[in-house]
Design a protein around this ligand. Structure first.
Ligand SMILES: [Zn+2]
Length: 117
């Protein structure tokens, strides 16, 4: 799941890491602002027209970086129930991009109610 794939065309359309569809929907962004090895980090979440910033102990913050700053862009998929985050992590002077799985929607949440037979 960790491979970041794009469509074969010239537009670099991001593909779902689970079903390879070209329909992941951008749901929100989380910024992890951490001085190197700090025990408490500033976490800012932006989604649904709101921004929430708070100081969070690093051990429970969900920061994808083990020591520094990071970004996580959350996507849900139009074609499968997958919810993933594309993470951008700073580590030892380099920047890494990766997917991480964060959840699965129910069938009804992903595709709407099932019609009665
Ligand atoms: Zn998918």
């Amino acid at each position: 799941m960790n491979e970041i794939k794009f469509d074969a065309g010239a537009n670099n359309v991001l593909m779902c890491p689970v079903c390879n569809s070209e329909n992941p929907h951008h749901e929100g962004v989380t910024v992890f602002d951490r001085a190197e090895d700090a025990a408490v980090i500033k976490v800012t979440e932006v989604s649904d027209g709101r921004a929430l910033s708070r100081a969070v102990p690093e051990r429970v913050a969900g920061n994808p970086s083990s020591r520094r700053d990071a970004l996580a862009v959350r996507f849900s998929c139009e074609q499968c129930p997958n919810i993933s985050e594309l993470t951008i992590v700073q580590h030892k002077g380099s920047t890494y991009l990766a997917w991480r799985h964060v959840g699965t929607r129910s069938y009804a949440d992903a595709f709407g109610p099932v019609a009665a037979l």
